[in-house]
Structures are given as structure tokens and as C-alpha cells.
Design a protein around this ligand. Structure first.
Ligand SMILES: Nc1ncnc2c1ncn2[C@@H]1O[C@H](COP(=O)(O)OP(=O)(O)OP(=O)(O)O)[C@@H](O)[C@H]1O
Ligand SMILES: [Mg+2]
Length: 363
């Protein structure tokens, strides 16, 4: 039985449509990440699932029961917000117990639920502290603890790590990964951080333009993006997209020519490829600065970002096309240099006139 099911969910605020016919099914205990630009309706959809917002149309089902007609407290979902508001005058224990006390859960049961959650989150020794005696990451864990004690069928996490500093965020990410091994519930997490989505999620849902653009495993999203939006949105720095024309390569795979004349032999099957204008998609790691060998083409360097383990090169081909490529971490390139580029055509993606992606056959 699927855990959560959304069928044809629609939502407008006034005259502005925000979600249009959103359908999605989660497996039991699945961890889903919502990725998408600001304003694409991610929080709105979480709030609709939690019952804090009403959809204009569509249904929400959880473990075989329709829940969009139920009040929030009876839906079996617990939501953790980006701006977790802990009660400053209450201890951690009281903060976690608060919702249960309101729901008139017996005192003994509250105690054991809170102790269990504290054990899962490894914060047993923090229970008698007040929020101002905690670090940001610990406060975030209390907010998650408040959700855990409700023993929900599903967790909804709206950018739970976004106001933590980089190091803490990384640690809390690891904690979250461990937490999900220990709780028997599905999770949806909204995040702007692709690394978070890639490392935590079983599947990623990419939103844009009121609709789901793609639902797939992290590697599938990265290596077989459904369309140009997903291709550019996922992966940093973004994939280079360039118009190409098809030429006869003499085999079953598409061979294409860039605007500067460079020929790329792809591994994308020609059969099934869209008619009309095509674009090629190249990840930076597939466009490498040549050090000897026979480069595919040459370009002028416009910017070099040295990241330590590698350098990102922003350059321009002879016909003016901007490309993003890579060089070694110790790259000695500077702005204005002419460089040769090795392009891995076999790793190239193609996109049809409507943006649909075509990729090499899965290994
Ligand atoms: N209560 C509201 N009244 C009117 N418009 C709203 C309301 N809540 C959200 N919106 C609008 O709906 C759209 C989607 O908002 P939502 O908060 O779901 O986006 P989001 O994907 O979570 O964005 P972010 O990544 O910035 O959090 C936005 O254009 C927003 O301005
Ligand atoms: Mg949001």
C-alpha cells in the first residue's frame, strides 16, 4: 500500500494558480525531497497535506485513508517548520510534551514518548534545559522531537536545516539520515540544498511552473533529466545547453554539430529523437580543459573558480556560446586565456524543441 497519495491537487491564491494537477504516490517509509525554485508551491503542498491549507481540488490519502477532509490533528502527519518556534519559558521536555498534553495523553505515556524521542535524537541530557541554553542544531532537534512524539504516519519537514551554519547543517544532515532508519514513517523534506536532496532522498520531486517536472531517484534526476528545466536546475554549476544541428554519423546514435562547427558523437539513440531544433546538454565534468591531446574545440576563458579539488572554467566558444567546464584544482588558467576543450560526447544529453530530454541508454 502506498504511504501518501496525492491525486490531482490544485491550488490558487486569488487569481494566481500555484499548484496545477499535482499527483504523487509515496511508498511505505519512503524519504522524498521536494526541490524547486522559490515560489514553486513546495510549502503550499506540504501545508495542504498537513491540513493547514485547503486545496481547491484533488484528494490526499494516507495509508489507504482519505485525509484531506479531516482536521489537521487527526491526519497522522507531523510538520516541522523552517522557523521552529520553541516556547522559550519551557524546558526541552515541556516543549516536546506540550502537544501531547493538549491532546490529553496520560502523563506516564507522555513521559515515555518524550524519553523515547530524546533517545532517538540523542538528547537525553538536554531534557531539562531551556531553548536559550541550546545550540541552533540542538533546537532544531527539539523541533523534530516534537514531531516524533506524535508518532505520525508521515513527517513533513519544510527546510528544516536552512537556518543552521554549514558545519552544523552537515552534521544535522547525517543525524537526519540516521533518524530515518529508526522511525517507521514516510518523510517529505523541502530543501533548497541539492546536496541534501541527493544524499538523503530515495526519490526527488522537482517542481516548477505549478507542476511536478520529474520524480525519480537522485542519480536518475542527475543523469537523465526529464527536460531542460530539471537539467539546468539540478547540478552545480549548471549544465551547458547549446543549440545543435544533427549530422549523419553513420550509426544509430545522434551526431550533432555545435555553432562553432564542433562535431559531437553522442550515445543518444537516433530512433525516437524529436524532430526539429535540438539542444545539447553538457555537464561541466564532461567539458575538460585539454592539456595535450587533440581538443574538440577552443574557447576563451572568462572566469576561473578554484574550488580546491577542481576548478570551474567559464569560457566562450568562437561563436560566442558560453560553456562551463572543469580543470584541475591547481589550474594556472587566467581570464583571457585561449584553451583547448575535450568534450565527452558520449556523456552528452539532447533536448527536443519542447525541452524533453533524450539520453544515452541506461547502463
Ligand atoms: N497565503 C497566501 N496567500 C497568497 N499567496 C500565497 C500564500 N501562500 C503562498 N502564496 C504564494 O504561492 C506561491 C507558492 O508559495 P510557496 O510558499 O508554496 O512556495 P515555495 O516553493 O515553498 O517557495 P520557497 O522556496 O521560497 O519557500 C508563491 O507565489 C507565494 O507568494
Ligand atoms: Mg517554502
Amino acid at each position: 500500500m502506498p504511504s501518501l497519495e496525492l491525486n490531482g491537487v490544485r491550488k490558487s491564491f486569488g487569481a494566481t494558480p500555484v499548484l496545477d494537477d499535482v499527483s504523487l504516490a509515496l511508498e511505505a517509509r519512503e524519504f522524498i525531497a521536494f526541490l524547486g525554485p522559490s515560489g514553486s508551491g513546495k510549502s503550499t503542498l506540504l501545508r495542504i497535506i498537513a491540513g493547514l491549507e485547503t486545496a481547491d481540488a484533488g484528494e490526499v490519502w494516507l495509508e489507504g485513508k482519505r485525509i484531506d477532509t479531516l482536521p489537521p490533528g487527526q491526519r497522522g502527519v507531523a510538520m516541522v517548520f523552517q522557523h521552529y518556534a520553541l516556547y522559550p519559558h519551557m524546558t526541552v521536555r515541556e516543549n516536546m510534551a506540550f502537544g501531547l498534553r493538549n491532546a490529553r495523553v496520560p502523563r506516564d505515556e507522555i513521559n515515555s514518548l518524550v524519553e523515547d524521542a530524546a533517545r532517538v535524537l540523542e538528547m537525553g541530557e538536554l531534557l531539562e534545559r531551556k531553548p536559550d541554553q541550546l545550540s541552533g542544531g540542538q533546537r532544531q532537534r527539539v523541533a523534530i522531537g516534537r514531531a516524533i512524539v506524535k508518532r505520525p504516519k508521515m513527517f513533513l519537514l519544510d527546510e528544516p536545516l536552512s537556518n543552521l551554519d554549514a558545519a552544523l547543517r552537515l552534521r544535522t544532515r547525517v543525524e537526519l539520515a540516521q533518524l530515518r532508519q529508526r522511525v517507521d514513517a514516510a518523510m517529505i523534506m523541502v530543501t533548497h540544498d541539492q546536496a541534501e536532496a541527493m544524499t538523503l532522498a530515495d526519490r526527488i520531486v522537482v517542481f516548477n511552473d505549478r507542476r511536478i517536472q520529474q520524480v525519480a531517484s537522485p542519480m536518475e534526476i542527475y543523469s537523465r533529466p526529464a527536460n531542460t528545466f530539471v537539467a539546468r536546475f539540478v547540478g552545480s554549476p549548471a549544465m551547458t545547453l547549446a543549440p545543435v544541428t544533427q549530422v549523419d554519423g553513420g550509426d544509430g546514435f545522434a551526431t550533432v554539430r555545435l555553432g562553432d562547427g564542433t562535431i559531437l558523437r553522442t550515445q543518444v539513440p537516433r530512433a525516437g529523437l524529436a524532430d526539429g531544433d535540438l539542444q545539447v546538454g553538457l555537464r561541466p565534468e564532461h567539458v575538460r580543459v585539454a592539456h595535450g591531446g587533440e581538443p574538440a574545440t577552443t574557447a576563451t576563458v572568462e572566469l576561473v573558480e578554484r574550488l580546491g579539488e577542481r576548478s570551474i572554467i567559464y569560457a566562450r566558444l568562437k561563436d560566442g556560446l558560453p560553456v562551463t567546464g572543469e580543470d584541475s584544482g591547481i589550474s594556472s588558467l587566467k581570464v583571457g586565456d585561449e584553451v583547448g576543450l575535450m568534450i565527452d560526447g558520449a556523456a552528452a544529453h539532447l533536448f527536443g524543441p519542447d525541452g524533453t530530454g533524450f539520453h544515452r541508454q541506461a547502463a
